[in-house]
Design a protein around this ligand. Structure first.
Ligand SMILES: Nc1nc2c(ncn2[C@@H]2O[C@H](COP(=O)(O)OP(=O)(O)O)[C@@H](O)[C@H]2O)c(=O)[nH]1
Ligand SMILES: [Mg+2]
Length: 463
């Protein structure tokens, strides 16, 4: 689609609702709407006043009434796309919205591609690329934290951080480049390598901080998988139900009731969590139960955090040890000693000694005691895994794209550091240039059209 065309699309969800909006952007937006908008105030001087809501009627080209509407005219450049924008607020019915959209297309607009309004905002310099991606994250956000993060991205916080790092790269690189340009005044052997090492080290730290923020942000954005595992009949399904506040899984005194994986969703401390209930793990000859246990093991493997449930009214067993051993190094482990309402036989010391890294809580799925503590333990453990939330400026990165770019820039800087004592300065300069170019892809400063198309194609229509 060329830059000069006026685009239009339905910008609200297609469904029945209070208000629906058809939006146009481009140099003919006002003229196109004028052809179909019957407004009593048209003859007044100064019409259309910018950002003023005009009441009137949309009529088709044969003057048939389509809907009673409110229309706002927003002249460039102080608009989302930096072009003239018109928004038609109509009654939100699928048929009405579609009819008005069809009409503006007949009157001269082109149907916008997904994300095209935001793409124009980027192309016209209203947003940098990281802000445009934050728009997408805002639309897709599934938790309060994800919204906060997208808002920070929208404010351009990531862009600021990236630009400051790029400036540092230029500052380090400038004297090296000068030495190439003025060799008669500068002997590369005199170059202050100690200073260079120090500066590159600081640059590396900046990039590492950005990387650290990524995993936490991703957890907030995409959610975290938590698996509940343990022997049969210890109360796994009961605890899942308690945490979800509903009867999601069947609970029964007959061991082996849960055979498939069962999932439920909840929000703990801002983390969207996918809680997976599994079949109890034990030695068995039953082929169906065996399959269930295999599923349990693989669910445990995929989880970021494991809640292991043990029955406090029986002794710690070899099977419990085997189950605790399923946790791998980068997973968190919370142990729920359940059935605290019954007479207790479990030796807590044995559990602590066997699982020194675990957080241990006492619960009863029957009385509800300890459920809150269990939830807090999960949140704290996730905070431990994903690092602290204090470094606000590193909180705007969520996309795999950003993560990959920062990883690569970090590799460039590490190669530059390694090269200091053994390679000519040209190599260091080249690594720095690559890092600078890569980082520019975050803000869209150094980015090609194919990548832009790919990014904006993930947007919904009308955004
Ligand atoms: N007394 C007591 N019984 C429990 C508790 N949690 C679960 N149960 C009972 O233990 C049996 C097995 O529970 P279930 O949740 O199906 O265990 P799962 O096999 O680990 O999923 C059921 O009869 C539950 O009512 C608890 O905290 N206290
Ligand atoms: Mg169960």
């Amino acid at each position: 689609m060329t830059k000069n065309e006026t685009i239009a699309a339905i910008s609200t969800p297609l469904g029945e609702g209070g208000i629906g909006i058809v939006r146009l952007s481009g140099q003919n937006a006002f003229a196109i709407v004028d052809r179909i908008f019957d407004c009593p105030k048209k003859k007044q001087s100064g019409y259309p006043r910018p950002r003023y809501l005009y009441h009137g009627f949309i009529k088709d080209l044969e003057e048939t009434l389509i809907d009673e509407v409110l229309v706002s005219f927003m002249p460039a450049p102080h608009t989302y796309t930096r072009e003239d924008i018109v928004e038609i607020n109509c009654h939100s019915g699928i048929f009405t919205l579609r009819s008005i959209e069809k009409l503006v297309l007949q009157a001269g607009a082109c149907l916008a591609e997904p994300g095209e309004f935001t793409k124009r905002a980027f192309v016209n310099g209203r947003l940098d690329l990281s802000q445009a991606e934050a728009v997408l994250n805002m639309v897709h956000a599934r938790s309060e934290e994800a919204v906060k993060m997208a808002a920070r991205g929208l404010q351009g916080e990531l862009a600021k951080k990236v630009e400051s790092i790029r400036d540092k790269i230029l500052t380090i690189r400038a004297p090296i480049e000068a030495s190439f340009d003025y060799p008669e005044e500068f002997d590369p052997n005199d170059y202050d390598k100690v200073e260079l090492k120090k500066n590159l080290g600081a640059l590396k730290t900046d990039l590492q901080k950005l990387v650290l923020g990524v995993e936490r942000n991703r957890a907030y954005q995409d959610g975290v998988s938590v698996a509940i595992i343990g022997k049969p009949n210890v109360g796994k399904s009961s605890l899942l139900n308690s945490m979800l506040h509903k009867q999601r899984a069947i609970v029964h005194e007959i061991p082996g009731t849960t055979r498939d994986l069962l999932e439920g969703y909840l929000n703990l401390g801002g983390y969207p969590i996918r809680l997976v209930d599994t079949a109890g793990i034990q030695g068995t000859c039953d082929p169906v139960e065996k399959q269930g246990i295999e599923l349990s093991r693989s669910a445990a493997g995929r989880a970021r955090l494991i809640i292991m449930v043990v029955d406090g009214s029986v002794e710690w067993s070899e099977t419990d040890k085997e189950i605790a051993g399923l946790k791998h190094a980068d997973q968190g482990l919370v142990i729920a000693i359940n059935k605290s309402d019954l007479e207790q036989k479990l030796n807590r010391e044995l559990v602590k000694n066997y699982c020194p890294d675990a957080k241990i809580v006492e619960t009863s799925a029957v009385t509800g005691e300890g459920i809150k503590q269990l939830e807090n333990a999960v949140t704290n453990m996730l905070d431990n895994i994903f690092g602290s939330d204090t470094d606000q400026e590193n909180q705007a990165i969520v996309s795999m794209r950003h993560e990959r770019i920062i990883d690569e820039a970090l590799m460039n800087v590490e190669s530059a550091i390694e090269a200091i004592d053994i390679q000519p300065l040209e190599i260091i300069s080249l690594e720095l240039q690559n890092a600078w170019l890569r980082m520019g892809e975050i803000t869209g400063d150094t980015v090609d059209d194919d990548l832009l198309d790919k990014i904006f194609s993930e947007f919904c229509l009308g955004k």
